[in-house]
Write a protein that binds this ligand. Structure first.
Ligand code: ADP
Ligand code: SF4
Ligand code: MG
Length: 467
């Protein structure tokens, strides 16, 4: 079973001027112990994707569409009313609304039969069912097979009142509270995150050691210590499975007792974490401003590892560091990942960083995954012009010497992205179709997908020389 399954994720930010489509239909999976690199220029939606997985989005950010499953359990579910409302504003709205309704009804059918799903998510999905029924009824009426102003208004009447004004805000908050309840159970404990700019991630008025210990204390019930009441031998620590009542000590047959971690024990564990990331134990009582950039980054890693997560998301873990420290931190992350066997998502704008640590890679641009697949294949035979651009912009240490080329222009404004393929103003291979239609996601090889009208040609190397 895959550990993390992100399907068609859409995260939009509401601002005064309109809607920022920060993540717009991103899908990927991650297995236990696997590392994926998420690469792209600044402002492409990488951090927003990570925040959606951990549900740490700012107040104006909403998971509008798609789903996230962690270990087979639903942890995020888009809002059909919001997704349809946004689709009605764009071109090809009827086809898009039909696609959304079709996809969500299929998902809801699957979820209704899911015995693993918890009460909160059942309630969330129950909120979507009446909306879905009304939309399906309108789309089934005669004349609903072509776009008309009347049809648009009828559809908007169903969803508009659910997303606009005070009622919309209340409905959104209710959904958020439900999802948050579920996520709190896994956040930091099963999924943890190294935040972008560790420099500012720590609270400046608390000691670093105390801040790490706090993460442990919050989840103290998950780290129970098991001890035999008779022979006083310490048994397992931090087991996820609750001890069944009356289990007996394997050595003496005495009854095993369990209790939560004490403050003293969390301090001891913090010291062990300091050893693990290579910070001297004597610095445990230091404040963030007394730590160097590399030490703060390491402390951030220690904090993220404190609860023994199964998935670690590292957002630009080496961006603020010099190259020597960058190399050391990368080597450390790689070692820790191997020894602890945790899955990781490494977010970076520097494609050479992921080459060192990841097994698969997702190239993000303007809220979409432009290329996704196994790292060996993508580095050997890229199938997307944007990936070619990124690769040409970073030096290779081992490869032949070549002149670095930057990608002309800058990423688009995600409130008004270009029509068709959002990379078209900057792409050296743009043709008419790129400005007219959204590209398909093409499977160019097993485990390798590219979002481009000419994916197969780029993959085959036919388009590479043209500039
Ligand atoms: N709170 C917010 N309100 C409005 N727009 C936001 C907010 N946070 C991020 N964005 C926008 O979302 C887009 C993606 O941002 P982000 O995920 O931080 O990109 P990246 O991590 O790839 O640099 C950017 O265009 C950014 O301006
Ligand atoms: S679809 Fe067109 S503009 Fe977009 S990456 Fe492919 S060739 Fe370039
Ligand atoms: Mg970011």
């Amino acid at each position: 079973m895959v550990m993390l399954d992100v399907r068609n994720l859409k995260v939009y930010f509401q601002i005064l001027k309109g809607t920022v489509k920060a993540v717009d239909g991103v899908s990927f999976t991650l297995d236990h112990g696997e590392t994926m690199g998420l690469v792209g220029e600044s402002g492409c939606g990488k951090t927003t994707t990570a925040f959606a997985v951990t549900q740490l989005l700012p107040g104006n950010g909403r998971i509008v569409g798609g789903e996230i499953e962690f270990e087979g359990k639903l942890v995020a579910h888009g809002d059909i009313a919001m997704e349809v409302h946004e689709a009605l504003k764009g071109a090809n709205w009827l086809a898009n609304v039909r696609a959304i309704v079709g996809r969500v009804s299929k998902q809801l059918e699957e979820h209704k039969a899911d015995p693993e799903m918890t009460g909160e998510f059942h309630a969330l999905i129950d909120m979507d069912l009446p909306v879905l029924e009304q939309l399906t009824a309108i789309l089934g009426q005669p004349g609903a097979d072509r776009e008309s102003e009347e049809l648009k208004q009828n559809l908007d009447k169903v969803v508009g009142k659910l997303v606009k004004g005070g009622a919309g805000i209340r409905r959104h908050r209710r959904r958020q509270r439900m999802a948050d309840k579920e996520l709190r159970a896994i956040r930091w404990w099963k999924v943890s995150m190294i935040f972008q700019s560790a420099m500012n991630a720590f609270n400046p008025v608390y000691r670093i050691g105390d801040q790490i210990a706090e993460a442990l204390l919050v989840h103290k019930d998950k780290f129970q210590l098991f001890r035999c009441g008779k022979c006083k031998v310490n048994l397992a620590e931090g087991t996820e499975v609750k001890r069944p009542k009356g289990i007996l000590c394997p050595t003496c047959g005495g009854i095993v007792l369990h209790r939560n971690m004490t403050k003293k024990e969390t301090r001891e564990k913090t010291l062990k974490l300091f050893d693990m990331v290579g910070i001297d134990r004597s610095r445990i009582d230091g404040y963030p401003h007394e730590f160097s950039g590399g030490m703060r980054q390491r402390s951030m890693i220690a904090m993220a590892l404190a609860c023994g997560p199964k998935l670690l998301i590292a957002d630009e873990p080496t961006t603020a560091l010099d190259v020597i420290m960058q190399d050391r931190i990368l080597a450390e992350i790689r070692d820790l990942q191997r020894t602890l066997g945790i899955a990781m998502i490494v977010i970076t704008h520097d494609i050479s960083v992921v080459a060192e640590v990841a097994e698969k890679i997702g190239i993000m641009y303007a809220g979409k995954l432009f290329e996704y697949g196994s790292i060996a294949d993508i580095f050997e035979k890229p199938g997307n012009p944007y990936t070619l651009g990124l690769m040409g912009a970073f030096p290779s240490i081992k490869g032949a010497r070549k002149k670095l080329k930057s990608i002309p222009g800058s990423p688009p404004d995600l409130m008004n992205p270009p029509t068709g393929c959002s990379f078209n103003p900057r792409c050296p291979f743009t043709k008419d179709i790129c400005t007219q239609a959204e590209p398909p996601t093409v499977k160019v090889a097993p485990n390798h997908w590219s979002y481009c009208h000419f994916a197969n040609e780029v993959y085959a190397g036919k388009l590479r020389e043209v500039t």
